[in-house]
Design a protein around this ligand. Sequence first.
Ligand code: FAD
Ligand code: DHB
Length: 393
Amino acid sequence: MADFNTQVGIVGAGPAGLMLSHLLHLHGIHSIVLEARTRQYCEERVRAGVLEHTTVAMLRAAGLGERLEREGLRHCGIDLGLHGERHRVPFVELTGKAVTVYGQQEVVKDLIARRLSDGGDLRFECGAVSLDNFIEGQPSLRVSKEGSVDTIRCDYIAGCDGAHGVSRAAFPIDSYHIYERVYPFAWLGILAEAAPSREELLYMHHSRGFALYSMRSPQITRLYLQCAPGEDLSQWPDDRIWTELETRLGCKDGWKPTIGRVLQKGVTGMHSFVMEPMQCGKLFLAGDAAHIVPPTGAKGMNLALADVYYLAEALHNHYSANNDEKLQAYSATCLQRVWNAQRFSWWMTSLLHRFENAPPFDQKKQQAELRYVMRSRAASASLAENYVGLPLE
Ligand code: FAD
Ligand code: DHB
């Protein structure tokens, strides 16, 4: 049993918690990060892959651009497809900006390495965490492991513990409102040892369901198939996955994905979720703890990093100038960006997926909209502007 003191207690060492700890360190603010899982688990979890222009600029400005610059794949556009016909949305031509493909686990590895070399206090496999006194008095985090309890006293708590963490659940029942939507499908994602056979991502609408072609490096591809929410992976041997990917992604000009050894596979549910407000007393939520988007717009990790950018700025104003205006405005500031991303992610999801029992009229309307986005410069520009990331306020 031990007592510790810090300025900001952070729950969760995903992109949000680690980046917050790093940004606070750059401002001379001390933090302790509590993480339930092992370092290896955090560094190997395959998830997001697309960094907005805005996120890349933020990582560079925070001194985290070195490996990203070397290994990140700059993508100047994406392809949208409908039943084997595809059309490029040229981001740079339409917005002057590009996105970068760089795996979330690479961002996490860079952040962990940097925090540790800067002497940061990261506690992996921390045990069970509970949050106390964040509405009145001095906030603290209680950490129980193997019969012993540590107490971390802090000025503020940042709940960066994702969709299934304890921070969101600590809000009193009458202090928040939840907005959500569950989609009637999921994504089956694979990571494959196969050299990418195209340079940019392909989002394809197909009568058998949506498919996405993405990549991680010159040797590794990342692909997704729309599937049922509770899809049983044992029904999906590798050759069934590849046949389905070839059918859905194959293009009329003969292009199809290159096949390779499947390194990893998993199923991800599709959910839109926002908790308002993102603050209760001295507890601030950031990232997936406060909001979840369906992955189609590639926004989740980008939103998580935008939240902690605002939170770090607000805490810096508090400690350096005794000014709490930004802390008080934290939730409202984040939620503007969050709702833009929610709308965009919902729209991309609705545009591209197969809705099982949709009336024929709705199916025709959906295809007309996709053709319009593929052909109209104005509609493509709107997609591009949102995809590359709106500027931080
Ligand atoms: P998390 O990454 O979930 O981190 C939370 C951390 O808290 C975890 O390490 C967890 O172990 C820890 N934790 C949980 N509970 C506790 C506890 N009680 N005590 C201590 N620690 C705890 N986003 C994009 O921007 N672009 C994409 O292309 C994209 N594609 C995606 C594809 C897939 C298949 C999936 C699943 C997600 C994708 N996302 C994408 C979303 C993105 O991965 C998430 O939005 C992002 O991980 C959010 O980061 P976070 O730090 O808020 O939460
Ligand atoms: C990836 C994930 C996404 O959700 C997306 O929209 C684009 C790419 C990826 O993992 O590469």
